[in-house]
Design a protein around this ligand. Structure first.
Ligand code: 4H4
Length: 254
């Protein structure tokens, strides 16, 4: 998958691309990341990329000409592209959106707003979709772009070591992931649940399923509302003392 990031601070993204799974994905060719400096497309001798808002008011707005030229240049390098503006006014980003982007064959052009945002004529005529990573105002869209690159890349085939990793992620199956333990088996007097040391894969799987549902019930009951369980699953939950307040009526899945 190819990402094109349009930003006035391309160096901002250099460091996170040099580490860990993202670095390996770049080296392995699973992804390409092309950083473009919007300032290089500014027409005036001062390379201005922002200006005061018409009608007065606080802050500065990103000028349309450099953005338009940068988007056109990026589009010209792609067979097909999806142009995303990172903005607090966008569609709320979550794991489902990450999975949707990861399935796309299109290049992803990520436009990083700064200041008070971008000229509306860019949003109306050059942007395919606005995405927000949360209801807060950042100083720039670059962190949001990196969130998207990171969360989409880890979903691409072959990027994570064991194929199933992303499949059992928190959110990937609707709820939170089961609690994780590693050596030592006793840490400061706190043991690892015996079942995890048993080698009984069915018991481990059932315990993990019940623990995941219990964690979801405690930490994110809102996610439970969208989850459906078979009668067999409800029985496994009951066997592990996890009760959801219904007995398989209307919540069971086929
Ligand atoms: C854009 C600030 C638009 C304010 C920006 C506005 C996010 C976010 C973000 C720099 C830019 C800010 N990007 N998710 N949240 N005028 N970007 O805060 O719409 O208020 O992705 S505005």
């Amino acid at each position: 998958m190819r990402f094109h990031v349009l930003t006035i601070f391309p160096e901002f993204l250099e460091s996170p691309l040099k580490e860990g799974i993202i670095r390996r994905a770049l080296q392995g060719g699973s992804i390409e990341v092309h950083l473009s400096n919007i300032r290089d497309f500014a027409l005036d001798k001062h390379s201005m990329t922002d200006d005061r808002p018409f009608g007065g008011g606080e802050g500065m707005v990103m000028k349309p000409e450099p953005l338009a030229a940068a988007i056109r240049k990026a589009r010209a390098q792609c067979a097909d592209s999806h142009v995303v503006l990172l903005s607090p006014q966008g569609r709320k980003y979550d794991q489902d959106v990450a999975a949707e982007l990861a399935r796309s064959e299109k290049d992803l052009i990520l436009v990083c707003g700064r200041y008070e945002g971008v000229d509306e004529r860019i949003r109306q005529n050059f942007i395919d979709e606005e995405i927000s990573i949360g209801d807060y105002i950042l100083t720039g869209g670059e962190l949001a772009a990196m969130v998207i690159i990171d969360s989409v890349t880890r979903l691409l085939p072959g990027v994570l070591g064991c194929a199933g990793s992303a499949e059992y992620d928190t959110f990937s199956r609707g709820g939170l992931k089961f609690p994780q333990y590693t050596r030592p088996s006793v840490f400061e007097g706190h043991p690892v649940p015996e079942v995890l040391l048993s080698g009984d894969h069915e018991k481990i799987s059932n315990w993990r399923f019940a623990a995941a549902v219990q964690m979801t019930k405690e930490k994110r009951p809102d996610l439970l509302a969208d989850m459906a369980f078979s009668n067999e699953q409800l029985q496994v939950l009951a066997d592990h003392g996890v009760f959801l307040g219904y007995t398989g009526t209307g919540k069971e899945k086929n």
